[in-house]
Design a protein around this ligand. Structure first.
Ligand SMILES: C[S@@+](CC[C@H](N)C(=O)[O-])C[C@H]1O[C@@H](n2cnc3c(N)ncnc32)[C@H](O)[C@@H]1O
Length: 241
């Protein structure tokens, strides 16, 4: 019988793209378990732990895991962050589709991640700059970032690991991240980021805070300058906030 293949979408496929082949992964906040199913079906992981803080997503995850016939390869269970995840069994940890601050909280509550064995694949929905700051100031470094455009929305996926050696960073690193500037999707994401920073600058100017306004205006200009020769992402017209 032909195996039924899942189609998780570009955002989750980009997350999977950073998972090391042959690794055992943990998908935190798995919801429907689309990513674990994809990781098994693509032969990227022999085993995946799929956890979620809520019962209902885990019920749905188990249903999908059973539907795709991979109950022996994906273990689904409730867990607040990484609390119930067997740290000695996993090497690659994915946290996708959550706010940046929630991701920071989850990472902060799992100090065992401060070990070079682990790879972190993080896909924040907000406050990405605060997540990058947490990583840089806690001994992690960003290996790479991948920008994705799905259904008219732009996302970034961060691949990070603990190095123990402090990273020197500035506001540009926090807001621009570590994208490949020749990638048109990354250019579109950075162009959007520059626009947000320009709006922040205008807000500070209106509030009578010229120094802050200048800081964000300069950041916007610096980000814009690295992408000025890039074509925008094809799906740019469908952007949503
Ligand atoms: C929007 S869904 C994202 C699902 C999937 N990871 C994705 O990117 O498509 C967020 C999921 O994270 C779960 N979640 C939120 N906080 C969590 C935490 N502290 N620990 C584990 N799961 C959490 C929610 O229950 C929800 O199922």
């Amino acid at each position: 019988m032909k195996e039924l293949m899942i189609s998780p979408g570009k955002r989750l496929e980009a997350c999977a793209g950073f998972v090391r082949r042959g690794s055992v992964a943990a998908d935190i906040g798995t919801d429907h378990a689309y990513l674990p199913v994809w990781l098994i079906q693509q032969g990227i992981c022999p085993k995946v732990y799929a956890s979620d803080i809520n019962e209902e997503p885990i019920r749905l995850a188990r249903k999908n895991i059973e539907f795709y016939g991979i109950s022996d390869k994906v273990e689904a269970f409730t867990s607040d962050g990484l609390q119930a995840v067997p740290k000695e069994m996993v090497t690659d940890v994915i946290i996708a589709g959550m706010g940046g601050d929630n991701i920071v909280t989850i990472l902060n509550e799992a100090p065992w991640l401060k070990n070079e064995t682990y790879r972190l694949i993080l896909q924040p929905m907000s406050h990405t700059e605060r997540l990058r700051e947490y990583l840089f100031s806690n001994g992690f470094d960003i290996i790479a970032e991948k920008a994705v455009c799905e259904a008219g929305r732009l996302y970034t996926v961060i691949c990070a690991a603990f190095t123990g050696s402090g990273v020197i960073y500035d506001d540009f690193d926090l807001y621009a991240g570590k994208h490949d500037h020749s990638d048109p999707v990354a250019a579109a994401l950075l162009g959007k980021q520059a626009g947000i920073l320009r709006s922040m600058a205008a807000g500070y100017q209106a509030k009578g805070a010229p120094e802050q306004a200048m800081k964000y205006a300069k950041l916007a200009e610096r980000i814009q300058s690295i992408i000025q020769n890039q074509k925008p992402c094809e799906e740019e017209n469908g952007w949503q906030e």
